[in-house]
Design a protein around this ligand. Structure first.
Ligand code: SF4
Ligand code: SF4
Length: 367
């Protein structure tokens, strides 16, 4: 395993982290706990969860695994989050999290999911920073971090907050251009930087033929190559992979074990090969799954990805029919209230895409 300094915190974090948001079967508790332990045995020491991943079940899985890791004296760091902003609610949440996680202090505590600057200012007005500083002084959390889906220069505004020691942000081989300003700021301020969605929420492993260009060695898989592309970035501390099953842990460990650096010329070649179509892909995070009309927005946006990736309407219909088992007509129910767009971590034009999907459905009534 390769370890990197997490900013100025003095912590050394594994270059691959374990994201607890994509367990394939969260109700198979024993298997999920086993996965966490196996990852730690392989040298992964950064474990990220949240109070809303499968309700509280993800934190509970980590809690069980952490008890075992402590018993065996295997070192680990725990990262979790809060979307609360007032002192009373945050305190209550932290106390519950510490119990669920079976630890005395949370190593990296994140102000969770900042999608707009308005949201950032709202939480600041409610006192989130002062509260987290107090909790840090009391020893209940160790480092104050933020998880953000802001793009471009907006992230700089958040990172200018003195108390922030690290950031969790989305970054992958296909959306790096949107997040590059954030990484420049990370380097300037010497912060920790963990990247989520390094495999584009599954887009890369599900469409390997489109990402062949990322490979720099004949014998590496597209997944390994995509992770190594991130390892090569000096400002990235750790790539957080949302593991679904054990095999994926092995692949990630292989990516680390076979990593020998990537030349600047190769990096430039890879960047030059990422096409316009890769911008604005849905990463399947499901934050928009709150439609008052009951429209399954994440499923429809996943299907729309295939239009951007392959430029074919039929692919959208096939994905809806064979993978999700839904009809494009469901998109017609949209009342354009905008709730889903406000929640979208990738700032996607969801309403427009729903209109296109409905149109594709009307044009192909018998598909
Ligand atoms: S804009 Fe349409 S799809 Fe989005 S939440 Fe509102 S009704 Fe649902
Ligand atoms: S549409 Fe946006 S919020 Fe919804 S799943 Fe995709 S990326 Fe996430």
């Amino acid at each position: 395993m390769i370890y990197r300094k997490y900013g100025k915190t003095g912590k050394q974090v594994s270059i691959v982290g374990f994201g607890g948001m994509r367990f394939k079967n969260i109700d198979d508790r024993e298997e999920c706990v086993r996965m966490v332990i196996e990852a730690a045995e392989g040298g992964i020491n950064y474990f990220d969860t949240a109070p809303g991943y499968f309700g509280t079940k993800s934190e509970e899985v980590f809690g069980e695994a952490f008890r075992e890791l402590q018993r065996r004296k295997i070192p680990f760091y725990c990262a979790t989050k809060t979307s609360k902003s007032d002192e009373k609610s945050i305190r209550q949440e932290v106390e519950q999290q510490l119990k669920r996680l079976n630890i005395d202090a949370i190593d990296f505590y994140h102000i969770w999911c900042i999608i707009t600057l308005d949201e950032w200012y709202r939480r600041k007005r409610n006192g989130v920073i002062e509260t987290l500083i107090k909790l840090k002084e009391e020893g209940l959390i160790r480092h104050i971090c933020v998880s953000s889906h802001l793009i471009g220069d907006q992230v700089k505004e958040v990172l200018s907050e003195e108390a922030i020691e690290g950031i969790l942000l989305g970054y992958s081989v296909f959306n790096f251009s949107l997040r590059e300003p954030a990484l420049e700021e990370v380097a300037k301020r010497n912060l920790g930087c963990v990247v989520m969605n390094p495999l584009g929420g599954g887009i890369i492993p599900q469409n390997p033929e489109l990402f062949e260009f990322v490979k720099t060695k004949k014998d590496e898989s597209v997944v390994e190559a995509s992770l190594r592309f991130l390892f090569a970035h000096p400002s990235i501390t750790s790539a957080l992979v949302g593991f679904g099953e054990r095999d994926e842990i092995k692949q990630a460990l292989n990516a680390v074990n076979g990593y020998q650096g990537i030349s600047q010329a190769e990096i430039e070649r890879i960047k030059a090969n990422t096409t316009e179509a890769f911008n604005e892909l849905c990463t399947g995070c499901r934050y928009c799954d709150n439609c008052p009309e009951g429209i399954p927005v994440p499923k429809l946006m996943d299907a729309y990805n295939y239009k951007r990736l392959y430029g074919e309407n039929k692919r959208v219909l096939d994905r809806l029919k064979w993978h999700w088992g839904i009809s494009p007509e469901v998109a017609e129910k949209c009342q354009e209230c905008g709730l889903c767009e406000e929640a979208c971590t990738q700032h996607l034009p969801i309403i427009q895409r729903l209109k296109e999907i409905a149109e594709i459905g009307r044009e192909n009534p018998n598909t």
